[in-house]
Design a protein around this ligand. Structure first.
Ligand code: 2P0
Length: 354
């Protein structure tokens, strides 16, 4: 088109994901290649998601981005990697109604504007970068008519934030660490779709929505440099757990699923403690929640609830079904009454199955 007046827009929404076998540690910092495989569950897209609108127009003179309404810099290496990878795969786009025609070559010169919103606290250990970069890559790929499958796109999102590659799929997802030096085989695959195990109910207990003290990126760098437990975990423990977890998911075996999920969360936090200087992501409230769940599971003879904690104190609790989820909420409200001095100030998105 000769006119400078057109704008082409795409909006996409991407849920966050919660790892049940954790990613912690990179073997290549620049390409974001992990030291072990990981498995996650993607949350219901109605909650904990990022919504991103991307626009292209000949009147834009530079790439710009806004996060939650505030302009942020796109100059960081991670944004630049994703933009470069997507742009290099752009194809022709034609909108006959608007009289717009963009050729493959035009995309190298055109600039984009990106507006992104999180509906949950950014950087409080609720995996905001996962949903964020997944949505960034997905919406740009749609805008630029990139003809790659979701796994290929996941390898691009991975270069924005490791955990982001798992948010390109719903249901249960595995991030395969890969072997290649260039990272082409370090990507996400879907293990089971969102229908497969829809009895499960995920409840996020926000212990604190404050920004975490140690970022995941620097935390895992320090763990790789100093923790012997991390070496053992990556080589000996995780490969076995990945196979067991895949089996548990396939068979909807909640007892195995819960046992593996809790053990892996605890080992991840043990690695953090084994790091020098030690990293503390959980707090007293997190520990109290673990005790409540452990005691309950033991008294029932078989697990009812699994817990997992990421790089922050917030608890992600996975109930075996809706009935257990209702009981869980009741118990949490008993131990942490609202409007008390407790740290556990709110419960969010607790009534949705995945
Ligand atoms: C995970 N976490 O598997 C693990 C468990 C936190 C604890 O992935 O440096 O934000 O951007 O690749 O993906 C958080 O790390 O780190 C994370 P980068 P990311 O979900």
């Amino acid at each position: 088109s000769e006119s400078q007046n057109w704008v082409l827009v795409v909006t996409a929404r991407t849920p966050t994901n919660i790892a049940v076998i954790k990613y912690w540690g990179k073997r290549d910092e620049k390409l974001i290649l992990p030291v072990n495989d990981s498995i996650s569950v993607t949350l219901d897209p109605d909650h904990l998601c990022t919504t991103t609108t991307v626009a292209v127009s000949p009147s834009f003179d530079q790439d710009r981005m806004w996060l939650n309404g505030k302009e942020i810099s796109l100059s960081g290496g991670r944004f630049q990697s994703c933009l470069r990878e997507i742009r290099s795969r752009a194809s022709d786009v034609e909108d006959k109604e608007k009289g717009i025609k963009i050729s493959k070559e035009d995309w190298e010169k055109l600039h984009v504007h990106i507006a992104s919103y999180n509906n949950f606290p950014t950087a409080a250990g609720l995996a905001s970068s996962a949903a964020g970069f997944a949505c960034f890559v997905f919406s740009l790929a749609k805008l630029m008519n990139v003809n790659e499958d979701q796994s290929k796109l996941s390898a691009i999102a991975r270069q924005g934030s490791g955990s982001a590659c798992r948010s390109l799929f719903g249901g249960f997802v595995k991030w395969i660490m890969g072997k290649d030096k260039n990272g082409s085989d370090s990507l996400a695959v879907q293990l089971a779709d969102e229908e497969h195990w829809d009895d499960l109910v995920i409840l996020v207990a926000v212990v604190s929505s404050r920004q975490k003290e140690t970022s995941s990126t620097s935390g895992m760098r320090e763990s790789v440099e100093t923790s012997l437990l991390l070496q053992h975990r990556a080589k000996e423990v995780v490969p076995k757990r990945i196979l067991q977890m895949e089996e548990a998911i396939k068979n909807r075996d909640f007892a195995s699923f819960a046992q593996l999920t809790c053990a892996d969360s605890n080992q991840f936090h043990a690695v953090c403690l084994d790091t020098s200087p030690p990293i503390f992501y959980m707090n007293d409230t997190s520990h109290k929640i673990i005790s409540i769940v452990e005691k309950w599971n033991r008294s029932e003879g078989t697990p009812q609830v699994a817990y997992t904690f990421d790089a922050g104190p917030n608890a992600v609790l996975i109930a075996r079904n809706r009935k257990v989820a209702a009981l869980l909420l009741q118990r949490l409200l008993f131990y942490f009454p609202p409007n008390s001095d407790s740290d556990l100030n709110s419960y969010i998105h607790g009534d949705k199955s995945i």
